[in-house]
Design a protein. Structure first.
Length: 282
């Protein structure tokens, strides 16, 4: 008789359970908070997309945002660097602070926020008319950096952090769009890192990639947590379990639960979270 095939939820829980656990006897160190968000609500015209979201996202960790389509995940992510302001007729209430600074303060410009909080989108978007090198350096040039030695240094640093330098160091003059899909996404990550942000936002960065390219991006995310706060939106439960330290579950524009990733997948406190991570809806 053939062995029964385990459900995807069982596989996911087994994967999470196999992750190493810190000894219980070690006290938890005081945790630095990157984003302190209180009572954030957001509207597109008359449609309310976020409802009274309060969350404190830790620094230099990976936080995954999960939930079904249309639950406010990407809207929340875009609020973290004011990207939603590019959509007409949006407004918000509540406060959003990054390392104590109000990112929506009256004297704070959106361009300043976006330099501190980089963004990588679902579909890789290298500039088609620019070379690999110029794709990486475009943000620095727009910010007035012209020193050739500094530009060269940032170029190599960013491509190295994006695990792309060894693959393209002899091809820097070629168009960015000549790279494979996975390489293009890492190029976009390098472009975001070149301006030295404090936070990197990723909106489903692997959804258009094959498994090998996805594995490279996930490995890169693990490495980036050493220096950056990373917030990633994903529909892939296994990816959230593999990559993140904390997970936030959104539903109908509300934050239902936020906890250690292990807790969310192994012992969630809210029935809606349990139903979602178990695959009963979404």
């Amino acid at each position: 008789m053939s062995e029964p095939v385990p459900s995807s939820a069982t596989v996911l829980r087994t994967s999470v359970a196999s992750q190493p656990v810190a000894p219980a006897s070690l006290p938890a160190a005081a945790e630095e908070i990157a984003f302190d968000i209180q009572n954030l609500s957001l509207w597109y015209g008359t449609t309310q997309a976020l409802h009274d979201v309060s969350i404190r996202i830790p620094a230099k960790k990976v936080t995954a945002i999960i939930g079904p389509s249309g639950c406010g995940k990407s809207t929340f992510l875009r609020a973290l660097n004011r990207m939603h302001e590019l959509t007409p007729h949006t407004r918000h209430t509540g406060t959003l602070r990054l390392f104590g600074e109000d990112l929506y303060g009256p004297q704070v410009e959106a361009t300043y926020v976006r330099r501190r909080v980089g963004m990588v989108f679902q579909k890789s978007n290298p500039f088609p008319t620019l070379s690999i090198a110029e794709n990486v350096l475009v943000g620095l040039r727009l910010n007035g950096v012209s020193d050739k030695a500094l530009l060269r240094q940032r170029l190599e640093e960013a491509l190295t952090m994006a695990a792309l330098w060894d693959e393209v160091k002899d091809l820097l003059g070629r168009p960015g769009v000549s790279l494979s899909g996975g390489q293009q996404q890492r190029l976009c990550i390098a472009r975001a890192l070149a301006v030295q942000p404090e936070v990197l936002l990723m909106d489903e960065p692997c959804s258009a990639l094959d498994p090998l390219a996805t594995a490279k991006i996930e490995e890169l995310i693990h490495e980036l947590r050493e220096s950056y706060t990373v917030v990633i939106v994903t529909h892939n439960m296994q990816q959230a379990a593999r990559c993140s330290d904390r997970t936030a579950f959104f539903y109908l524009g509300k934050l239902v639960e936020f906890a250690d990733t292990r807790t969310i997948f192994m012992n969630p406190s809210h029935p809606q979270t349990e139903a979602y991570v178990s695959g009963r809806f979404g």
